[in-house]
Design a protein around this ligand. Structure first.
Ligand code: PMP
Ligand code: GLU
Length: 384
């Protein structure tokens, strides 16, 4: 049977983040108590006014096909958001709304990759980038990190060749939580311009940013870079809408058109109801999100202040993940011990292209985080 499957599926891995989340759900269903720090999704409920907009859409019969690239009002609202928050001028025709930022990313890879085209993915990376590039026929090429867990610039330069189509940037980063400063983006931007490659800028964690840092979109640095950039974002993280499945991209017009064609022939529009919900979410005043973000910063601080001296970790400046390691345990051993001995679910770093670390999410209630810290510290005393 398997020999009848496509070559693409042979090496395809399931999403590590979603797999462990499923495993935890199954364990919980059997009555086991697990501290789930695996999958990354905010713990707060989708705000009531967003739910209200969706209910209104259903009641008013807004339940049919829409423009396959997303309703005009939503693309207009996204255009306003990009201008207001990111200093980016994109017209609604340059914006495609999809079934989550994951879908936006996959559409991009389908649009730019021919067989064997290379996409540079800086380590550590979100688990799904390499697999999506492979499904699209491209080849993921990994760029090493420097001592700050950011792109090793010399290595990046050495990787670029005539097959290089794009580089993926993800700031704030899943899984490391690092945030690129404007100067660092300028350096990377110069390399992108010199080599005329696309820059896929995944900005889904833009508001989850700490220590007074500011998110900068690489596309906003200059017009030339914007012409090579594809900005990806969504409502999953900002408004705790992971299940609603709305993400979007903004791109040069010709590329947006091609991606619109791909979507019109594959999934058609994302859910009409979710689009109305996203529309109301995006009209939200950003100031109203800041208490939530500050709450995440409090959790981040709780974590980094209370992990004991046997735990080594990367200090997150953004997003809601922390990478940690203990003694000589490799990532799989550490994940297993966390789960078996302390009932803590985490994701192995190997899946993010970083050995010996595991990723935990701090997008969980404080009491869960406190119990998890105690468990990690106990384990660290034993094995650290
Ligand atoms: N990019 C990154 C870096 C992510 O962590 C995720 C996971 N939520 C996504 C994109 C996709 O998010 P969604 O499809 O829920 O919009
Ligand atoms: N992006 C989140 C994570 O890394 C959600 C799950 C997923 O889509 O990978 O945990």
């Amino acid at each position: 049977m398997e020999n009848k499957f496509s070559r693409k599926t042979k090496e395809l891995k399931p999403s590590a983040t979603l797999l462990i989340n499923k495993k935890v759900s199954e364990m919980k269903a059997k009555g086991e108590k697990i501290l789930n720090l695996s999958v990354g999704e905010p713990d707060f409920d989708t705000p009531a006014f967003i739910k209200g907009a969706a209910i209104k859409a259903i009641n008013e019969g807004f339940t049919k096909y829409t423009d396959s690239s997303g309703i005009k009002e939503l693309r207009e609202e996204i255009s306003k958001k990009l201008f207001k928050d990111n200093n980016l001028l994109y017209y609604p025709e340059q914006i495609i709304v999809s079934n989550g930022a994951k879908h936006s990313l996959f559409n991009i890879f389908l649009a730019i990759c021919d067989e064997g085209d290379e996409v540079i993915i800086p380590q550590p990376y979100w688990v799904s980038y390499p697999e999506m590039v492979k499904i699209a026929g491209g080849k993921p090429v990994f760029c090493r990190f420097n001592n700050e867990y950011k792109i090793d610039i010399e290595h990046l330069k050495s990787l670029i060749n005539e097959k290089t189509k794009a580089i993926i940037l993800n700031s704030p980063s899943n899984p490391s939580g690092i945030v690129y400063e404007k100067d660092e983006l300028k350096t990377i931007g110069e390399i992108i311009l010199r080599n005329n490659i696309f820059c896929i800028s995944d900005e889904v964690y833009e508001y989850y940013i700490y220590d007074g840092k500011k998110h900068v979109s690489i596309a906003s640095l200059n017009e030339e870079l914007k012409n090579l950039a594809i900005v990806v974002n969504g409502v999953s993280k900002t408004f705790s809408m992971t299940g609603w499945r709305i993400g979007y991209l903004a791109a040069p017009l010709s590329l947006a058109k091609v991606i619109g064609n791909i979507q019109s022939q594959t999934t058609s529009n994302p859910s009409s109801i979710s689009q109305k919900a996203a529309l109301s979410a995006l009209s939200f005043n950003l100031k109203d999100i800041s208490p939530i973000i500050r709450e995440f910063e409090v959790r981040r601080n709780l974590l980094i202040k209370n992990l004991n001296e046997f735990v080594q970790f990367i200090k997150p400046q953004g997003a809601f993940y922390l990478m940690l390691k203990i003694g000589n345990l490799n990532s799989l051993q550490l994940c297993e011990k966390l789960l078996d001995e302390e009932k803590i679910a985490a994701v192995a770093g190997d899946d993010f292209g970083i050995e010996n670390f595991v990723r935990i999410s701090f997008a969980v209630k404080t009491e869960i985080l406190e119990q998890a810290i105690a468990g990690i510290n106990r384990l660290a005393k034993k094995y650290g």
